[in-house]
Design a protein around this ligand. Structure first.
Ligand code: PLP
Length: 450
């Protein structure tokens, strides 16, 4: 099988474009110029011309009416054993615009660990995002793609000496801590750094509860800040992370309240805090955009009530939010089994995909709203009988289930299934267990991707 996608194997980047959505062109770029407190210098060089010049430089151009049409027209050109990611860059712009609309006074530092794809990172640079990096490797990546070191937060509370020395050498001086031991390390390697103390959140989250691993209790704040004072270190604010995909606005508002108390403790000790970092935990699927409206409303109110004086800069570290809905994974059916009778279940079709739980589906996909969409025309969808189906990953492991039970139209070998909302974390944590190809990357810019 053929040509076009094969180019991807040699890492050539391609994208297809259709008309640029006017909605996005008009509004998005204000992201880089806006700040309610005026306390943050944003990158004025970033504007929409840069973004589109950049997208154009990824040529060749071609037009399709929709991502679906694009996939159908590409169907016969795909190597059967290699899945591929489709990055809809328009969706990234849409999320930037939505952020600006809802959260114009909270400056976003994109959390690179959610998806470290270099094209996404470059696009985020052009859109004026800051970056949350958790390792030296992530800092190197974003700097390589043009990020401003002053708009990077090194947001892992445990850093190596080597990484601290590197951060110091490139001027990435904003970083988090939550222990005395880390303060000692920083005082040795980077004594002029600007430090943000990470608090545990009030989360009762069971899914990726980050407060289990990171952050200090409010009762420890005074002690830690006194230690910082004794070491002559510069602590400038508070951060927290409520945990992944947080359903409860109160988790944010109560932790913002607790942060306010930490600000007061700091003031008594003679610090002048200027940064309130509300972390992340925002959903990134299209399905949960409505919830983002409600959540941002509550957070904005809480920030305003707790920090009314305008002398504190609000920042956040969105990862999942920025990329989840922008990326879908396109898989091919490698084989199927028709089941006529089965006493234990009413599954009638089993499909085997060219990807697996150990590959792109390692992340708990229910909560990310990962959804299978058969790449079929409308009339094919209508004509084919539908069956309760199970979708297996390709490895020979029996736990390798991609979708335990779902309704699908009758599908055949070589046909495609597209999985929505696959942009967050999946790529980073995947393995090539059983020696199979990793997904290729394709970049598209789709009109009306919403
Ligand atoms: C993972 C992580 C993020 C991103 O979290 P999301 O919920 O995916 O947006 C932000 N900040 C820190 C410190 C993180 O560890």
């Amino acid at each position: 099988m053929l040509a076009l996608l094969k180019n991807d194997y040699t890492n050539q980047l391609q994208y297809e474009t259709v008309e640029v959505p006017s909605l996005i062109v008009g509004r998005t770029m204000s992201l880089s110029n806006n700040n309610a407190n005026g306390s943050h210098q944003h990158n004025n060089g970033s504007n929409k011309d840069d973004v589109f010049a950049y997208l154009s430089s990824l040529s060749p151009r071609k037009s399709y009416k929709s991502l679906h049409d694009y996939l159908i027209s590409k169907g016969e050109e795909i190597e059967q054993d290699q899945p591929f990611y489709v990055y809809d860059l328009a969706d990234v712009l849409w999320k930037a615009q939505l952020w600006e609309e809802r959260f114009s006074n909270v400056f976003p530092y994109y959390a690179v660990k959610a998806n470290a794809d270099p094209i996404l990172v470059r696009l985020m640079v052009l859109l004026g995002y800051g970056f949350d990096c958790s390792t030296e490797g992530e800092i190197r990546l974003v700097l390589k793609h043009g990020a401003d070191p002053k708009k990077i937060i090194f947001a892992h509370t445990i850093k190596t000496h080597k990484a601290l020395i590197y951060a110091s050498s490139v001027g990435v001086d904003l970083m988090t801590f939550d222990s005395k031991e880390e303060l000692l390390k920083i005082s040795e390697d980077f004594p002029t750094a600007r430090l943000v103390l990470r608090l545990k959140s009030e989360s009762n989250q069971t899914f990726y509860n980050l407060s289990k691993k990171f952050g200090c209790e409010l009762s420890e704040v005074e002690d830690l800040l006194s230690q910082a004072k004794a070491l002559n270190l510069n602590v400038v604010g508070i951060s927290f992370h409520v945990g992944a995909l947080c359903e409860d606005p109160k988790t944010y508002t109560s932790t913002i309240g607790k942060s306010r108390l930490a600000f007061d403790i700091a003031e008594k000790l003679g610090f002048k805090f200027t940064i309130m970092d509300i972390g992340a935990g925002f959903f990134g699927s299209t399905e949960r955009e409505g919830f983002f409206y409600k959540l941002t409303q509550e957070i904005r109110t809480s920030l305003k009530n707790n920090f009314p004086d305008g002398d504190v800069e609000f920042i956040a570290e969105p990862g999942c939010y920025c990329v989840a809905s922008a990326v879908s994974l396109v898989t091919t059916i490698l084989g199927k089994k028709s089941i006529s009778t089965n006493e234990k279940s009413d599954i009638k079709r089993e499909y085997f995909l060219n990807d697996s739980f150990y590959g792109s589906f390692f992340e708990h996909h229910d909560i990310y709203h990962v959804k299978p969409v058969p790449v079929l025309t409308a009339s094919e969808m209508k004509q084919r009988p539908k069956y309760k189906s199970r979708v297996w990953g390709q490895t020979c492991c029996s736990e390798d289930i991609v979708e335990d039970e779902c309704e699908l139209p009758e599908m055949e070998d070589g046909e495609l299934i597209r999985w929505l909302n696959m942009g967050a974390y999946g790529k980073g944590v995947s393995s090539t267990f059983t020696i199979v190809p990793s997904p290729a990357d394709r970049y598209v810019f789709i009109q009306n991707s919403k």
